[in-house]
Design a protein around this ligand. Structure first.
Ligand code: C5P
Length: 231
């Protein structure tokens, strides 16, 4: 199975279609809020029609009943993976799962991931702004355990947190990690990056890779190179 999810951080359908034309085999792609808010949810249909697997990264976070209704409708789109913020609490995560179970066709429920603490949040911000004491890693592991208890399939987290989550949540838990760069890449705005080999060693199940692939001279070749490092 493919273990690289390509982040389609483009702002138009045209760019997405042009980019994906070079992949003749199905790949996993991530559609986030930038693209969704520009093109609407019809972008999901377009990418699905090209045969690709979709991680719809909209990070829902609201009261349980609202999230349940939202997830029920997202499940009908036929996406393969979607997510919520763990900060919404166990009841909200359980409701998200119930919504997906209710909305998805039999046997086709999308995988549900929890976003732990955003990698843009420092310990200072977590302690002083969010009012959560202690280290980020302890909160991240607690959020991952909450996600597991609520029936989620896994979490999105930093590579640097993957090992502790793998130990706490077990082998079957899906750990998806962004912030990936090849050794000679530009880091761009990411603060803490890791190579695919290191991510694999730390226990990542799947990687989210954006600019290292989308900005490469040969995106398909770079994708295959990363896949080779993960498998
Ligand atoms: O281009 P790059 O590989 O940095 O893109 C990473 C993708 O993963 C982007 O879509 C970004 O929004 C997402 N992401 C991230 N860090 C997180 C969560 C999501 O970089 N903590």
């Amino acid at each position: 199975m493919s273990r690289t999810i390509i982040a389609l951080d483009f702002s138009s359908k045209e760019e997405v279609v042009n980019f994906l034309k070079q992949f003749d085999e199905p790949v996993w792609v991530k559609i986030g809020m930038e693209l969704t808010y520009a093109e609407g949810l019809s972008i999901v249909e377009t990418v699905k029609a090209m045969g690709h697997h979709i991680f719809l990264d909209l990070k829902l976070h609201d009261i349980p009943n609202t999230v349940k209704g939202g997830m029920k409708n997202l499940a009908k789109l036929g996406v393969d993976m979607t997510n919520v913020h763990c900060a919404g609490g166990i009841a909200m995560m359980k409701a998200a799962r119930e919504g997906l179970d209710a909305g998805a066709p039999e046997g086709q429920r999308p995988l549900l991931l929890g976003v732990t603490i955003l990698t843009s949040i420092s310990k200072e911000a977590m302690n002083n702004e969010l009012g959560i004491e202690g280290d980020v890693l302890d909160t991240v592991v607690k959020y991952a355990l909450n996600a597991k208890e609520a029936g989620l399939d896994g979490v999105v987290c930093s590579v640097h947190e993957a090992k502790a989550i793998r130990e706490a949540c077990g082998e079957d838990f899906c750990i998806v990690t962004p912030g990936i760069r090849l050794a000679d890449d530009n880091v761009n705005d990411q603060k803490r990056v890791a190579t695919p080999a290191y991510a694999k060693e730390q226990g990542s199940s799947m990687l989210v890779v954006g600019r290292s692939i989308t900005g490469a001279a040969d995106p398909k070749k770079t994708y295959e190179l990363i896949e080779g490092m993960m498998n």
